[in-house]
Design a protein around this ligand. Structure first.
Ligand code: ADP
Ligand code: MG
Length: 235
């Protein structure tokens, strides 16, 4: 495994201000954040091999420094359950991207463990010019995008701060379980919020982290990051 800081220096040397998605997972894994099993494939054969090692079902995603919203260019396929589908979708994704983003450079295709659908939350961070790293928490989808129902804290973040962040969003009761849905693993969210804050404090080259979505499972079963974006700059 590459040392986490090396990933950043290499990306900066390549003239990038963003880690590629597989680099982002490598980096997050090094900081003990819960990432799904993954690997980067540059051929359908490699993708099939990786899928076998990871275990079905898997997700395939385009990896490109030039594409921000992968779904918009047909660059994501979830719930793939056989080798023949992996091969088919490897080619389909490449074709989709060629036609919808013809100038985009392609680094390969990420083969990723399929995370079971569950409650989606978002954990993110940016650097405020005055206050330094600020960590954001919210529920996925319309809660953040439309209702702007988020909580924010400046690092360093204590367990108590993280607990408050979870409690103070307007939709907090959803995490407690509603209409027969089970309560979610709040400890896992607290852990994630604290670790994201710590990472921002320890690695000044990271300017932004966007974990969206993070799937949160029922109490005691943890959480897993399903999409990660990490922006970087030279300091
Ligand atoms: P983008 O945001 O660039 O379009 P994502 O990586 O977020 O692409 O994938 C789109 C959607 O597919 C996610 O919001 C999530 O619902 C689903 N998804 C992505 N990766 C996984 C995964 N590993 N397991 C389960 N669902 C996933
Ligand atoms: Mg996403």
């Amino acid at each position: 495994m590459v040392a986490p800081k090396e990933l950043i220096y290499k990306a900066l040397e390549d003239g990038r201000n963003k880690l590629l998605e597989h680099e982002a997972y490598e980096f997050l894994k090094a900081y003990d954040l819960p990432v799904p099993k993954f690997g980067l494939a540059v051929s359908a054969d490699e993708a099939a091999e990786l899928a076998e090692r990871i275990g079905y079902p898997v997700v395939l995603k385009i990896v490109s420094p030039d594409i921000v919203h992968k779904s918009d260019v047909g660059g994501v396929k979830v719930n793939i359950s056989s080798e023949s589908e992996v091969r088919k979708w490897f080619d389909t994704i490449i074709q989709n991207v060629r036609s919808k983003a013809p100038t985009a450079k392609v680094a390969g295709i990420l083969v990723q463990e399929m995370v079971p659908q569950d409650l989606e939350v978002i954990v993110g961070s940016t650097r405020d010019p005055v206050f330094g790293p600020v960590v954001m928490f919210g529920l996925g989808g319309i809660f953040v995008e439309v209702l702007k129902d988020v909580s924010l804290r400046i690092t360093p973040i204590t367990v108590y701060d993280a607990e408050e962040m979870i409690r103070e969003i307007r939709a907090a009761s959803i995490l407690e379980g509603y209409r027969g849905a089970p309560p979610r693993d709040k400890k896992a969210i607290i852990d994630l919020i604290i670790k994201v804050g710590r990472l921002m404090d320890e690695v000044p080259e990271v300017t932004d982290i966007d974990l969206n979505p993070v799937m949160v499972f029922p109490e005691g079963r943890g959480a897993k990051i399903a999409d990660a974006r990490i922006l970087i700059k030279r300091v």
